[in-house]
Write a protein that binds this ligand. Sequence first.
Ligand SMILES: Cc1ncc(COP(=O)(O)O)c(C=O)c1O
Ligand SMILES: [Zn+2]
Length: 398
Amino acid sequence: MPPIAYLECYRCHARLSAETPQTVCTQCTDAPAGSLFVRYDLSHLRRTAPRDVLTPATSAHPSAGMWRYSAVLPSVEPVTLGEGWTPMLRSRRYVNALVKEEGANPTGTFKARGLSMAVTMARHYGLKKLAVPSAGNAAGALAAYAAAAGMEAHIFMPRDVPFANYVEAVAYGAHVTLVDGLISDCARMVAERKQAEGWFDISTLKEPFRIEGKKTMGYELVEQLGWEYPAAVFYPTGGGVGLIGMWKAFDEMESLGWVKPGKRPRMIAVQAAGCAPVVRAFESHSPVSQMWQNASTFAAGLRVPKPYGDAIMLDILKASNGLALSVTDEEILASILDWARNEGIFLSPEGASVTAAYDKLLADETLTPEDRVVLFNTGAGLKYTDMTAEAMKLQRPQ
Ligand SMILES: Cc1ncc(COP(=O)(O)O)c(C=O)c1O
Ligand SMILES: [Zn+2]
């Protein structure tokens, strides 16, 4: 496993040390301070074949999950619950559509990858109290990994999160505050209290390691496709860590020679029509987003009115010849039922935003059925039974 060479600011490219815990760039002269990216010296891996690196890691630890990529992750003892190496399911109807089933992760969502890595590093640094503002699933994941690591988790999430997020956080023994507001209000509360309380803030893109966990999705999807890129990757976008992490993985894989450069997938960011700041910025060619007023959607993870990493995401969408589009809650619900009934896959509302967006881009011929696409189902539909039942107007018969 490689030692970390340094942390690099996305905005001003300052190099910071990873010897002590870092949050955002301390050298940026204007706000907002840039997010930090972990950089390694990977030169010793450059002449290797991926199977020679990855097979030994996985056969030594059969439940390695995302840690099969330990060669490109920080060299520390993982706090793991078996996250990653999730199934890539071929659609029964669209021969070139593959669903990356992240609902198979511990805590039922892809948030497990980022929080496993962030808590691993927090333990390595000797931190004891972690705090996170969350749309719901990051809270559940932090609660689980903090419990596994013997740390305190302080969670701030909207009062109307899916009930499963509240139940799991309490069950894992986290300190839970339900907030009358959105994730942006939760973030403000964490920022106001963290210094006095001695909390380390694990907010999206305000520490460097959640990206490192999420980047394993990029390695995985390319490996599962035989070390080839798909034509497009559809990602339900809230804070955007997965999108940013996958793009970083593509950079790294190309520099290692593990995948041929020049044919990167189009990155397709999908948001809900009731909260689509990245789509609006993309459409107006703006380098950053504006705070979305009165954000509302039952795809709870997409209710992020002003993502901290908006500029990074918009750069990636442009660089990949990608696009951003939104779908309505009605289209999301219709896609949940379509995939449940015709494919046997119970998507999360966030995942169904992606399948609904795929339908749209086939219909308007932006994509053809021959284009191979990866559709991210970022969470298990079963985490949302209350929200989905409400959307379906479904009640238990008396
Ligand atoms: C199931 C699900 N999908 C997608 C997202 C958005 O993820 P990101 O913040 O990486 O864009 C979230 C965030 O909470 C989520 O819980
Ligand atoms: Zn900077």
